[in-house]
Design a protein around this ligand. Structure first.
Ligand SMILES: NC(=O)C1=CN([C@@H]2O[C@H](COP(=O)(O)OP(=O)(O)OC[C@H]3O[C@@H](n4cnc5c(N)ncnc54)[C@H](O)[C@@H]3O)[C@@H](O)[C@H]2O)C=CC1
Ligand SMILES: O=C(O)[C@@H]1CCC=N1
Length: 299
Protein backbone atom coordinates (compact mmCIF):
# COMPACT_ATOMS: atom_id res chain seq x y z
CA UNK A 1 0.00 0.00 0.00
CA UNK A 2 2.78 2.41 0.98
CA UNK A 3 4.79 1.87 -2.21
CA UNK A 4 2.12 3.60 -4.30
CA UNK A 5 1.90 6.67 -2.07
CA UNK A 6 3.46 9.99 -3.05
CA UNK A 7 4.89 12.26 -0.37
CA UNK A 8 5.93 15.92 -0.35
CA UNK A 9 8.04 17.45 2.42
CA UNK A 10 7.48 21.20 2.81
CA UNK A 11 10.74 22.18 4.49
CA UNK A 12 14.16 20.69 3.89
CA UNK A 13 15.84 21.02 7.28
CA UNK A 14 17.25 18.50 9.78
CA UNK A 15 13.93 16.85 10.57
CA UNK A 16 12.85 16.43 6.94
CA UNK A 17 16.25 14.99 6.08
CA UNK A 18 16.13 12.52 8.99
CA UNK A 19 12.71 11.29 7.87
CA UNK A 20 13.66 11.10 4.19
CA UNK A 21 16.77 9.13 5.10
CA UNK A 22 14.66 6.62 7.07
CA UNK A 23 12.18 6.17 4.22
CA UNK A 24 14.81 5.88 1.49
CA UNK A 25 16.82 3.26 3.45
CA UNK A 26 13.81 0.92 3.59
CA UNK A 27 12.62 1.70 0.06
CA UNK A 28 9.05 1.57 1.38
CA UNK A 29 8.31 4.59 -0.80
CA UNK A 30 10.61 4.81 -3.83
CA UNK A 31 12.73 8.00 -3.99
CA UNK A 32 10.98 9.04 -7.22
CA UNK A 33 7.72 9.32 -5.24
CA UNK A 34 9.26 11.63 -2.64
CA UNK A 35 9.27 15.40 -3.22
CA UNK A 36 10.99 17.99 -1.07
CA UNK A 37 10.80 21.75 -1.19
CA UNK A 38 11.84 24.69 0.98
CA UNK A 39 11.44 28.42 0.99
CA UNK A 40 14.62 29.62 -0.64
CA UNK A 41 17.78 27.52 -0.27
CA UNK A 42 18.36 26.04 -3.73
CA UNK A 43 21.74 24.53 -2.75
CA UNK A 44 20.10 22.58 0.05
CA UNK A 45 17.53 21.18 -2.39
CA UNK A 46 20.28 20.12 -4.79
CA UNK A 47 22.03 18.35 -1.91
CA UNK A 48 18.83 16.46 -1.00
CA UNK A 49 18.48 15.35 -4.61
CA UNK A 50 22.12 14.26 -4.83
CA UNK A 51 22.20 12.36 -1.52
CA UNK A 52 18.75 10.72 -1.50
CA UNK A 53 17.65 10.81 -5.14
CA UNK A 54 14.37 12.55 -4.24
CA UNK A 55 12.68 15.25 -6.35
CA UNK A 56 13.87 18.53 -4.90
CA UNK A 57 11.76 21.30 -6.40
CA UNK A 58 10.45 24.82 -5.94
CA UNK A 59 7.04 24.82 -4.25
CA UNK A 60 5.29 26.04 -7.42
CA UNK A 61 6.60 22.98 -9.25
CA UNK A 62 5.07 20.42 -6.87
CA UNK A 63 2.57 18.06 -8.56
CA UNK A 64 -0.12 18.92 -5.96
CA UNK A 65 -2.78 16.67 -7.51
CA UNK A 66 -0.66 13.53 -7.21
CA UNK A 67 0.48 13.93 -3.62
CA UNK A 68 -1.08 11.74 -0.93
CA UNK A 69 0.82 13.06 2.09
CA UNK A 70 2.02 16.65 2.54
CA UNK A 71 4.51 16.70 5.43
CA UNK A 72 4.97 20.15 6.99
CA UNK A 73 8.58 20.40 8.24
CA UNK A 74 9.23 24.12 8.63
CA UNK A 75 9.55 26.02 11.94
CA UNK A 76 6.27 26.26 13.92
CA UNK A 77 6.19 30.05 13.30
CA UNK A 78 5.78 29.32 9.58
CA UNK A 79 2.80 27.00 10.06
CA UNK A 80 -0.05 29.46 9.43
CA UNK A 81 1.44 30.81 6.18
CA UNK A 82 2.24 27.32 4.92
CA UNK A 83 -1.27 26.01 5.71
CA UNK A 84 -2.94 29.07 4.19
CA UNK A 85 -0.88 28.61 1.02
CA UNK A 86 -1.80 24.92 0.85
CA UNK A 87 -5.52 25.31 1.54
CA UNK A 88 -6.78 25.98 -1.97
CA UNK A 89 -4.29 23.78 -3.75
CA UNK A 90 -5.37 20.46 -2.25
CA UNK A 91 -8.39 18.18 -1.84
CA UNK A 92 -9.77 17.20 1.59
CA UNK A 93 -8.87 13.55 1.03
CA UNK A 94 -5.16 14.41 0.75
CA UNK A 95 -3.50 14.18 4.16
CA UNK A 96 -1.66 17.14 5.70
CA UNK A 97 0.87 15.84 8.21
CA UNK A 98 2.76 18.08 10.63
CA UNK A 99 5.93 17.41 12.62
CA UNK A 100 5.88 20.96 14.01
CA UNK A 101 6.28 21.30 17.78
CA UNK A 102 3.21 22.77 19.45
CA UNK A 103 0.97 22.95 16.37
CA UNK A 104 -2.34 21.23 17.19
CA UNK A 105 -4.59 19.33 14.80
CA UNK A 106 -7.26 21.94 15.57
CA UNK A 107 -4.93 24.74 14.46
CA UNK A 108 -4.25 22.86 11.24
CA UNK A 109 -7.93 22.14 10.62
CA UNK A 110 -8.82 25.81 11.25
CA UNK A 111 -6.41 26.86 8.51
CA UNK A 112 -7.52 24.28 5.94
CA UNK A 113 -10.75 23.36 4.18
CA UNK A 114 -13.61 21.97 6.25
CA UNK A 115 -13.15 18.21 6.49
CA UNK A 116 -9.44 18.23 5.64
CA UNK A 117 -7.59 15.12 6.77
CA UNK A 118 -4.69 16.00 9.06
CA UNK A 119 -2.21 14.10 11.23
CA UNK A 120 0.08 15.51 13.92
CA UNK A 121 3.40 13.78 14.56
CA UNK A 122 6.33 14.20 16.90
CA UNK A 123 9.33 12.29 15.57
CA UNK A 124 12.95 12.79 16.55
CA UNK A 125 16.17 13.02 14.55
CA UNK A 126 16.98 9.33 15.18
CA UNK A 127 14.57 8.76 12.24
CA UNK A 128 17.81 9.16 10.28
CA UNK A 129 18.91 5.68 11.40
CA UNK A 130 15.39 4.28 11.79
CA UNK A 131 15.42 4.54 15.60
CA UNK A 132 12.95 7.35 16.24
CA UNK A 133 10.29 7.23 18.95
CA UNK A 134 7.46 8.95 17.05
CA UNK A 135 4.05 10.01 18.36
CA UNK A 136 1.04 10.03 16.05
CA UNK A 137 -2.26 11.76 16.60
CA UNK A 138 -4.91 11.99 13.84
CA UNK A 139 -7.28 14.92 13.31
CA UNK A 140 -11.08 14.76 13.45
CA UNK A 141 -11.66 13.92 9.79
CA UNK A 142 -8.79 11.54 9.10
CA UNK A 143 -9.84 8.18 7.63
CA UNK A 144 -8.60 5.04 9.38
CA UNK A 145 -6.88 3.71 6.23
CA UNK A 146 -4.81 6.92 6.12
CA UNK A 147 -3.92 6.61 9.82
CA UNK A 148 -2.75 3.05 9.09
CA UNK A 149 -0.73 4.18 6.05
CA UNK A 150 0.95 7.02 7.99
CA UNK A 151 1.72 4.63 10.85
CA UNK A 152 3.28 2.24 8.34
CA UNK A 153 5.36 5.09 6.90
CA UNK A 154 6.60 6.07 10.36
CA UNK A 155 7.45 2.43 11.04
CA UNK A 156 10.27 2.92 8.49
CA UNK A 157 11.79 5.45 10.88
CA UNK A 158 11.54 3.59 14.18
CA UNK A 159 8.80 2.93 16.74
CA UNK A 160 5.40 4.58 16.52
CA UNK A 161 3.11 5.45 19.43
CA UNK A 162 -0.53 6.42 18.90
CA UNK A 163 -1.20 8.94 21.68
CA UNK A 164 -3.90 11.31 22.86
CA UNK A 165 -3.26 14.86 21.66
CA UNK A 166 -3.30 16.15 25.25
CA UNK A 167 -0.05 14.19 25.75
CA UNK A 168 1.76 15.67 22.74
CA UNK A 169 3.50 18.41 24.75
CA UNK A 170 4.95 16.03 27.32
CA UNK A 171 5.85 13.52 24.57
CA UNK A 172 7.75 16.34 22.86
CA UNK A 173 9.59 17.06 26.12
CA UNK A 174 10.52 13.40 26.53
CA UNK A 175 11.14 12.09 23.01
CA UNK A 176 11.16 14.96 20.48
CA UNK A 177 13.77 16.92 22.42
CA UNK A 178 15.04 13.83 24.26
CA UNK A 179 18.02 13.01 22.01
CA UNK A 180 19.51 16.42 22.88
CA UNK A 181 19.51 15.58 26.61
CA UNK A 182 21.40 12.37 25.92
CA UNK A 183 23.89 14.20 23.69
CA UNK A 184 24.39 16.71 26.51
CA UNK A 185 24.96 13.88 28.98
CA UNK A 186 27.37 12.25 26.53
CA UNK A 187 29.30 15.51 26.12
CA UNK A 188 29.84 15.59 29.90
CA UNK A 189 30.73 11.89 30.18
CA UNK A 190 33.17 12.25 27.31
CA UNK A 191 34.71 15.34 28.83
CA UNK A 192 35.31 13.52 32.15
CA UNK A 193 37.34 10.82 30.35
CA UNK A 194 39.27 13.27 28.17
CA UNK A 195 40.19 15.36 31.22
CA UNK A 196 41.82 12.28 32.70
CA UNK A 197 43.87 11.77 29.52
CA UNK A 198 41.75 9.25 27.60
CA UNK A 199 41.60 9.35 23.80
CA UNK A 200 38.56 11.43 22.73
CA UNK A 201 37.38 9.09 19.96
CA UNK A 202 37.70 6.06 22.19
CA UNK A 203 35.90 7.59 25.14
CA UNK A 204 33.10 8.72 22.79
CA UNK A 205 32.61 5.12 21.66
CA UNK A 206 32.71 3.90 25.27
CA UNK A 207 30.02 6.40 26.28
CA UNK A 208 27.81 5.55 23.28
CA UNK A 209 28.14 1.80 23.92
CA UNK A 210 27.28 2.31 27.61
CA UNK A 211 24.10 4.23 26.77
CA UNK A 212 23.15 1.80 23.99
CA UNK A 213 23.66 -1.17 26.36
CA UNK A 214 21.53 0.43 29.08
CA UNK A 215 18.73 1.21 26.56
CA UNK A 216 18.84 -2.34 25.17
CA UNK A 217 18.63 -3.82 28.68
CA UNK A 218 15.34 -1.97 29.13
CA UNK A 219 14.09 -3.15 25.72
CA UNK A 220 14.87 -6.85 26.19
CA UNK A 221 14.21 -7.28 29.91
CA UNK A 222 10.90 -7.04 31.67
CA UNK A 223 12.51 -4.92 34.38
CA UNK A 224 12.10 -1.35 35.52
CA UNK A 225 14.93 1.20 35.26
CA UNK A 226 14.97 1.32 39.09
CA UNK A 227 15.49 -2.45 39.37
CA UNK A 228 18.28 -2.43 36.74
CA UNK A 229 19.91 0.51 38.51
CA UNK A 230 19.94 -1.42 41.78
CA UNK A 231 21.74 -4.32 40.07
CA UNK A 232 24.58 -2.00 39.07
CA UNK A 233 24.84 -0.55 42.55
CA UNK A 234 27.03 -2.53 44.98
CA UNK A 235 26.73 -1.51 48.63
CA UNK A 236 29.38 1.07 49.41
CA UNK A 237 30.72 0.71 45.86
CA UNK A 238 31.58 3.09 43.02
CA UNK A 239 28.03 3.42 41.63
CA UNK A 240 26.56 4.19 45.06
CA UNK A 241 29.11 6.96 45.36
CA UNK A 242 28.35 8.28 41.84
CA UNK A 243 24.57 8.19 42.38
CA UNK A 244 24.98 9.92 45.69
CA UNK A 245 26.75 12.78 43.93
CA UNK A 246 23.98 12.88 41.31
CA UNK A 247 21.31 13.11 44.02
CA UNK A 248 23.24 15.73 46.00
CA UNK A 249 23.45 17.80 42.79
CA UNK A 250 19.73 17.38 42.10
CA UNK A 251 20.38 15.30 38.96
CA UNK A 252 16.85 13.81 38.93
CA UNK A 253 15.25 17.22 39.32
CA UNK A 254 17.40 18.62 36.50
CA UNK A 255 16.14 15.90 34.14
CA UNK A 256 12.47 16.34 35.02
CA UNK A 257 12.84 20.13 34.78
CA UNK A 258 14.32 19.79 31.29
CA UNK A 259 11.34 17.69 30.17
CA UNK A 260 8.72 19.95 31.76
CA UNK A 261 10.30 23.11 30.35
CA UNK A 262 10.37 21.61 26.85
CA UNK A 263 6.72 20.51 27.23
CA UNK A 264 5.77 23.99 28.47
CA UNK A 265 7.47 25.54 25.43
CA UNK A 266 5.50 23.23 23.15
CA UNK A 267 2.25 24.41 24.77
CA UNK A 268 3.38 28.05 24.53
CA UNK A 269 4.13 27.67 20.83
CA UNK A 270 0.53 26.60 20.26
CA UNK A 271 -0.76 29.57 22.23
CA UNK A 272 1.56 32.01 20.43
CA UNK A 273 0.38 30.72 17.04
CA UNK A 274 -3.27 31.01 18.12
CA UNK A 275 -2.73 34.62 19.25
CA UNK A 276 -0.90 35.49 16.02
CA UNK A 277 -3.81 33.99 14.06
CA UNK A 278 -6.43 36.00 15.97
CA UNK A 279 -4.34 39.19 15.57
CA UNK A 280 -4.16 38.64 11.84
CA UNK A 281 -7.92 38.16 11.54
CA UNK A 282 -9.21 40.80 14.02
CA UNK A 283 -8.53 44.53 14.45
CA UNK A 284 -6.44 45.16 17.62
CA UNK A 285 -9.23 46.99 19.53
CA UNK A 286 -11.31 43.76 19.52
CA UNK A 287 -8.60 41.81 21.31
CA UNK A 288 -9.60 40.55 24.75
CA UNK A 289 -7.49 38.77 27.31
CA UNK A 290 -5.80 35.55 26.30
CA UNK A 291 -8.52 33.15 27.50
CA UNK A 292 -11.06 35.05 25.36
CA UNK A 293 -8.75 34.93 22.40
CA UNK A 294 -8.10 31.23 22.79
CA UNK A 295 -11.81 30.49 23.18
CA UNK A 296 -12.60 32.32 19.95
CA UNK A 297 -9.83 30.66 18.05
CA UNK A 298 -10.69 27.17 19.12
CA UNK A 299 -14.43 27.48 18.50
N1 LIG B 1 15.03 19.03 14.72
C1 LIG B 1 14.38 18.16 15.51
O1 LIG B 1 14.99 17.38 16.28
C2 LIG B 1 12.88 18.09 15.46
C3 LIG B 1 12.15 19.07 14.82
N2 LIG B 1 10.77 19.00 14.80
C4 LIG B 1 10.03 20.03 14.12
O2 LIG B 1 10.42 20.02 12.77
C5 LIG B 1 10.32 21.34 12.23
C6 LIG B 1 11.57 21.65 11.45
O3 LIG B 1 12.67 21.60 12.31
P1 LIG B 1 14.14 21.54 11.74
O4 LIG B 1 14.20 20.60 10.59
O5 LIG B 1 15.02 21.33 12.90
O6 LIG B 1 14.27 23.06 11.18
P2 LIG B 1 15.26 23.65 10.07
O7 LIG B 1 15.37 25.09 10.36
O8 LIG B 1 16.48 22.81 9.99
O9 LIG B 1 14.44 23.47 8.71
C7 LIG B 1 13.30 24.21 8.37
C8 LIG B 1 13.15 24.18 6.83
O10 LIG B 1 11.86 24.70 6.48
C9 LIG B 1 12.01 25.53 5.32
N3 LIG B 1 10.83 26.41 5.26
C10 LIG B 1 10.52 27.48 6.02
N4 LIG B 1 9.29 27.96 5.68
C11 LIG B 1 8.83 27.16 4.68
C12 LIG B 1 7.64 27.14 3.92
N5 LIG B 1 6.65 28.02 4.11
N6 LIG B 1 7.51 26.16 2.99
C13 LIG B 1 8.48 25.25 2.79
N7 LIG B 1 9.63 25.23 3.48
C14 LIG B 1 9.80 26.17 4.41
C15 LIG B 1 13.34 26.20 5.52
O11 LIG B 1 13.80 26.71 4.30
C16 LIG B 1 14.16 25.01 6.05
O12 LIG B 1 14.59 24.21 4.96
C17 LIG B 1 10.08 22.29 13.39
O13 LIG B 1 8.75 22.74 13.35
C18 LIG B 1 10.31 21.44 14.63
O14 LIG B 1 9.42 21.78 15.68
C19 LIG B 1 10.11 17.95 15.36
C20 LIG B 1 10.78 16.97 15.99
C21 LIG B 1 12.20 16.96 16.15
O1 LIG C 1 13.67 22.11 19.52
C1 LIG C 1 12.59 22.02 18.92
O2 LIG C 1 11.74 22.90 19.05
C2 LIG C 1 12.32 20.81 18.07
C3 LIG C 1 11.06 20.09 18.47
C4 LIG C 1 11.51 18.85 19.15
C5 LIG C 1 12.93 18.81 18.87
N1 LIG C 1 13.34 19.85 18.24
Amino acid sequence: MLRVKTVAFLGAGSMAESMISGIVQTGSIPAERIHVTNRSNQLRLEEMNRVYGVHAVHQDALPYEEIDFFILAMKPQGAADALDALKDKIRVDQVVISVLAGISTEFMENHLQLGQQVVRLMPNTSSMIRESATALCPGRHTAMDNVIAVKELLGCMGKVFLIEEEHMDIFTGIAGSGPAYFYYLMEHMEHAGVKKGMDEAMVREIVAQTILGAAKMIMVNDETPASLREKVTSPNGTTASGLDALRKNNGGRAISQAIHHAAKRSKELNEEMAVAYIKSTNPPREMGNFSTIKGRCMS
